[in-house]
Design a protein around this ligand. Structure first.
Ligand code: GDP
Ligand code: ZN
Length: 458
């Protein structure tokens, strides 16, 4: 079946004055060439850019002034011919060009279809393809870095190393099973198997630990601001939103149309929960009742509990502390400019291990410390996204969990004295599961790989 030529507006990240219509497929150059008045695109060198005009074939009139890049297969993102039409007239202009391209034989690309082609044509592996999707949805620069790293093949490399380790171990054990006449061989194989599965298990566990952070980087740290009426919740919300880049997204498919707001605090994307609710009624607890609010709170990754320095701790506050036990909270003592009535020592006692930050939001005091505290709860133990390989993809997390389980099965088997060729089955399964992460075909037989690598003495 002939591959068709897809097209879409692929405006670069961030708002630019230039918008791009991209074509990919065997007809990309000829479709663009027919519409372009300037050099003959069919004749130009690959990876060159040309100034000219897009002509509306219906009227023969000039539609737009453009710059057109021609990139021929296979050295392109999709490994197909790609043409990019750069329009500088903004949205109206780029839409017009897209319409003309569609009318001239291009098919509108589905979301992610360019990336899908890159994967199908072997340009990138599955985890890289997924990273591109994440990139499109990345909410903050830091999240974007993680996606970029993954696209770079960082996760793939790590997974490949782990698989290689398992493969070598299996190969050695295989050799030993083939030559059982050497009697210390059994003992050696056993030790090696134990050692290597332990190492891989450790690495897989580490990767899984990054999953929480990865999820947060992608989806935002679900954050609820709570406290009695009039303590400064709205003020806090406004401070966070105004000091930081806020991204507002609508979440469709929810019973009421919740507006989610994202703010970027030191690279940590906060997803402020139920902000509309707080704004409308000033008090989430009052509005939905203690029971329901407990439910909302349970979905939060982080609670900002606001207290008033100018007021004593009362039963409502204590009830809130009680409801928030075992949760990740930051206590904010606001209105530090007022006459003290709050017993800070008592607050610290209630707060336990959680940080207590003093602010005077009306005077913009203490906001830096608060933002540090927020960043600290996320980057516990000096985690630096720059040096980490994050797992942020649900499918990867599921597969890693399965791999971990298979490794534990292998380890338990060895402890119980199960014969090594049985243990091999679990290790082989681990190798296959890890392969699914990078989209390496599961059907490619392990034995073929073993032979290609070691020839097993034949
Ligand atoms: P909410 O009901 O918890 O959302 O509280 P608001 O943010 O609406 O604030 C209630 C009142 O407290 C407003 O009049 C604010 O201007 C005021 N307020 C907020 N922060 C401070 C502060 O640090 N010091 C003082 N003195 N007043 C504040
Ligand atoms: Zn308010």
């Amino acid at each position: 079946m002939e591959t068709d030529t897809i097209t879409a507006i692929s405006t670069p990240m961030g708002e630019g004055a230039i918008a791009i219509v991209r074509l990919s497929g065997p007809q990309a150059v000829s479709i663009a060439g027919d519409l372009f008045r300037g050099k003959d695109l069919n004749e130009v060198d690959s990876h060159t850019m040309h100034y000219g005009k897009i002509i509306d074939p219906d009227t023969g009139e000039t539609a737009e002034e453009v710059m057109v890049s021609v990139m021929r297969a296979p050295k392109t993102f999709t490994r197909e011919d790609i043409v990019e039409i750069n329009c500088h007239g903004g949205l109206v202009s780029v839409n017009r060009v897209l319409e003309i391209v569609l009318a001239s034989g291009g098919r509108l690309a589905e979301p992610g279809e360019f990336t899908k082609r890159a994967f199908l044509n072997g340009r990138i592996d599955l985890s890289q393809a997924e990273a591109v999707m994440d990139l499109i949805r990345a909410k903050t620069d830091r999240a974007m870095n993680v996606a970029l790293k993954q696209m770079d093949g960082r996760l793939s490399n790590l997974i490949q190393q782990l698989r290689q380790k398992l493969l070598e171990t299996l190969a050695h054990v295989e050799v030993n099973i083939d030559y059982p006449e050497y009697d210390d061989v059994e003992e050696m194989s056993h030790e090696m198997m134990e050692q290597k599965t332990k190492e891989v298990h450790e690495e897989v566990s580490n990767l899984l630990q990054t999953a929480r952070q990865g999820k947060i980087l992608r989806e935002g740290l679900g954050t609820a601001i709570i406290g009695r009426p009039n303590v400064g919740k709205s003020s806090l919300m406004n401070t966070l939103v105004h000091e930081n880049k806020a991204i507002v997204t609508e979440v469709p498919g929810t019973t009421r149309d919740v507006i989610e707001e994202y703010v970027n605090v030191r690279g940590v994307p906060l997803r402020l929960i139920d902000t509309a609710g707080i704004r409308e009624t000033e008090d989430i607890v009052e509005r939905i009742g203690v029971e329901r609010s407990r439910q909302v709170l349970e979905e939060a990754d982080l609670i900002l509990l606001v207290l008033n320095y100018g007021d004593e701790l009362n039963d409502d506050d204590k009830q809130l502390f009680e409801a928030l036990r075992d949760m990740n909270i930051i206590v904010i003592v606001n209105k530090m400019d007022l006459e003290p009535k709050l017993d800070i020592d008592q607050v610290k006692e209630f707060a336990g291990d959680n940080p207590v930050i003093s602010t005077s939001l009306i005077h913009e005091k203490g906001v830096d410390q608060l933002e540090n505290a927020i960043a600290d709860t996320f980057f516990e133990g000096e985690l630096d996204a720059g040096d980490m390989t994050y797992v942020s993809n649900v499918r990867h997390v599921q597969l890693l969990k399965q791999a971990k389980q298979a490794l534990e099965d292998a380890q338990n088997g060895m402890e119980m004295g199960v014969p090594l060729d049985m243990v091999q089955i679990d290790v082989t399964r681990t190798w296959e599961i890890l392969g699914e992460i990078i989209g390496d075909t599961v059907h490619e037989s392990l034995i073929d790989q073993l032979f290609s690598q070691f020839c097993l003495g034949k």
